[in-house]
Design a protein around this ligand. Structure first.
Ligand code: DQA
Length: 142
């Protein structure tokens, strides 16, 4: 089975971007660990990071994955378009945030995704993606 991992704007800066919130690991390091985890679990993991809303929308439309793991980043708090894309293709998804968005500015406490997500993980850093992948694999094996 195939799982699509999507990362939104500014996550390409991980490693040097506000490490107190987002940790020291680069996105490349995070993704290569997830690829190993995926291989060990005999699932295919596809990854896209984009700073452009329409690219994330198009990737959702064009995906043949059975599950999506998404950190929409700032689009979490703004994007009806990405929300509608996920609902439109009807692929189950988990929402991940590195930081605990509930312990930060009030504008980060609303998500356009959480009420449609199968689950939401936040505040656990890069480990949140690993937990999401574990949950996705067990969902797909059910
Ligand atoms: C984030 C939290 C968002 O509020 C922020 O805009 C991001 C990253 C996180 O992973 O903690 O870019 O999604």
């Amino acid at each position: 089975s195939k799982i699509l991992l999507l990362n939104g704007p500014n996550l390409n800066l991980l490693g040097r971007r506000e490490p107190q919130h987002y940790g020291q690991q680069t996105l490349g390091e995070i993704v290569s660990n997830l690829l190993i985890q995926a291989e060990q679990n005999e699932v295919v993991l596809e990854h896209l990071q984009s700073n452009a809303e329409h690219e994330l929308v198009d990737a959702i439309h064009n995906s043949d994955a059975e599950f999506i793991i998404i950190n929409p980043a700032a689009y979490t708090h703004t994007s009806v378009a990405i929300r509608d894309a996920l609902v439109g293709v009807d692929i189950p998804f988990i929402e991940v945030h590195l930081s605990n968005v509930h312990a930060r500015e009030p504008f980060r406490q609303h998500s356009y995704f959480s009420d449609k997500a199968q689950g939401v993980i936040c505040g656990l850093g890069a480990q949140g993606y690993e937990f999401a992948l574990t949950a996705a694999v067990s969902y797909l094996n059910k």
